[in-house]
Design a protein around this ligand. Sequence first.
Ligand SMILES: Nc1nc2c(c(=O)[nH]1)N[C@H]1C(S)=C(S)[C@@H](COP(=O)(O)O)O[C@H]1N2
Ligand SMILES: [Mo]
Length: 328
Amino acid sequence: MLIRKPDALYGTNIPSSEITPKDKWLNRRSLLTGAAAAGALALGADRLADVLSPTRTALAAGKLTTVKSQLSTTGEELTQLQDVTSYNNFYEFGTDKADPGHNAGILPTRPWSVKISGLVKAPKVLDIDSLLKLKPLEERVYRFRCVEGWSMVIPWVGYSLSELIKVCDPLPSAKFVQFTSYFDRKVEKWTSESNIAWPYSEGLRMDEAMNPLTLLTLGLYGDVLPGQNGAPVRVIVPWKYGFKSAKSIVGIKFVDKMPATTWNDLAANEYGFYSNVNPNVDHPRWSQKSERRIGQPFYAQRHPTLMFNGYGDQVASLYNGMDLKKFY
Ligand SMILES: Nc1nc2c(c(=O)[nH]1)N[C@H]1C(S)=C(S)[C@@H](COP(=O)(O)O)O[C@H]1N2
Ligand SMILES: [Mo]
């Protein structure tokens, strides 16, 4: 099989069908529809036809201008864009790993706004373009570990959530931040496949949300977020299991008590509020000692899971004095 560089994925005149197996090709086409729809609205309708045509150069890779970040993880092989966009958890668009890649292209990502509410000086509504412009966009490569035992290494694009929180001006009484994902049963028909109490919601303690590693994420691989990865804006918390990183955020609320969260509601004994990556605390039904790095050859896939996913230097002090077996 021909191995292609991820940055070549969009910019080619060779029909995809000639260079990839058909199932992968179909995935890629649905990715193009998703990302392209978002990009098309940003570019203007005159280029819509170009962007939507899978045989023409679609989104130029590197469409978002980014600056290098000190907080980027170095020395690890990146997970290919094709894997990042075809192996997803986004239950609003189906429960199989391939479902979001096929279905999430219909997310209406323009116009999009995020409602800031709760314990703040003044509630406000921020639209996606103002979020894209708020701070210089950084490329941050992070390890990403799902609680299910697989992992990836992804070059996300965004800036520290703390920058947005400063603009939100929370009151001193704000102790936690709650994130709410987009929910529209008419768009996300797959929500009836699971007994989740929609909308998907997640939360962080204020100091976790303010830690510079916590990324307000607007893109990946130099481009806007594809639908399946949580377009147009999500949070990435690299030292926590993936489910803490809510996708397609429409609400950020500052609260004084630990908020209810989706997976904790479903099974509190399996998914704690903190959910820090911790190889020493097993999930009740499986070990967390190692992980499978998606996209690597099977004989090289197993990696030992690192405490705090390898980000202990930056975040361990947040949990000083806490029993991490109890506060899992
Ligand atoms: N709204 C929403 N956010 C979500 C999820 C979801 O189902 N819905 N799944 C979570 C889980 S379990 C994981 S592992 C990551 C997956 O992110 P990725 O598909 O971009 O790798 O998103 C998290 N955020
Ligand atoms: Mo996950």
